[in-house]
Design a protein around this ligand. Structure first.
Ligand code: G3P
Length: 231
């Protein structure tokens, strides 16, 4: 089943699991992980989504009942752009949207704006990733569907943004509220358990973008069940 835009718009708070290019995060293993997320999402009535490799978008979107995001997209039009990820192709894949400017796939502001605009034209949701409060403010002015602030030095680490830099979450939320309160602010980096999630939400965040804590875990179901208790 392909998940519609409308389901997603009501889908807050949300946990988006980014499968990155982890060994466990593509093909059949990545699918099994997303299937666990689907089961938990249905059983516990919580919003879980996955950001997956471009190669897996069609398969996962066709066969899973959770929203599937691309990890990256290029703000290009049809033409000679070998190797680029065409927005129309992502829409065709059944993905609901895309991360934009993830810390591991950064873009300049011109490309970020072009990508957000192309996605808007096509009805693809954008989750604009930012590194700090200043970038979050600048990004909010481009009207993405969501922002996700992630201090890069905490990504993949053991200490969460909620514990190490709560002010980044709080100040990002308050800055975005002044620019466009309709844009939900997610946060991420180092999030591992329900305490991290509930602290992030208590600071005004409306969701979490996370990766290693779930994807690299030998017990992802257990970790996810714990994480959703914080929603
Ligand atoms: O996209 C999510 C990410 O960058 C955070 O990664 O491993 O710190 O949860 P992680």
């Amino acid at each position: 089943m392909r998940v519609s835009w409308d389901i997603m718009r009501d889908g807050l708070p949300i946990i988006i699991v980014n499968l990155k290019t982890y060994e466990q995060g593509y093909g059949a293993d990545g699918f099994d992980l997303c299937k666990i997320m689907e089961e938990i999402s249905i059983e516990h009535n919580v919003n879980l989504a996955a950001a997956v490799s471009a190669i897996d978008l069609v398969d996962y979107s066709d066969n899973l009942k959770i929203p599937i995001f691309a990890q990256h997209i290029d703000g290009i039009n049809y033409g000679s752009h070998t190797g680029s990820i065409l927005p129309e192709a992502v829409r065709y894949s059944g993905a609901i949207g895309t991360l934009v400017n993830h810390a591991e796939c950064q873009m300049n502001w011109e490309d970020i704006e072009a990508t957000i605009n192309r996605c808007r034209e096509l009805g693809l949701l954008t989750v604009l990733c930012t590194a700090d409060v200043e970038a979050t403010k600048r990004g909010a002015a481009l009207n993405p569907d969501m922002l996700a602030v992630e201090p890069p030095e905490l990504i993949g680490g053991e200490i969460s943004v909620s514990s190490a830099k709560p002010e980044v979450i709080r100040d990002s939320v308050s800055a975005v509220n002044q620019i466009n309160p309709e844009i939900p602010v997610l946060c991420g980096a180092g999030v591992k358990d329900q305490a991290d999630v509930s602290k992030a939400l208590s600071l005004g965040s409306q969701g979490i973008l996370l990766a290693s804590g779930v994807v690299k875990s030998s017990e992802p179901r257990k970790v996810l069940i714990d994480l959703i208790q914080g929603l």
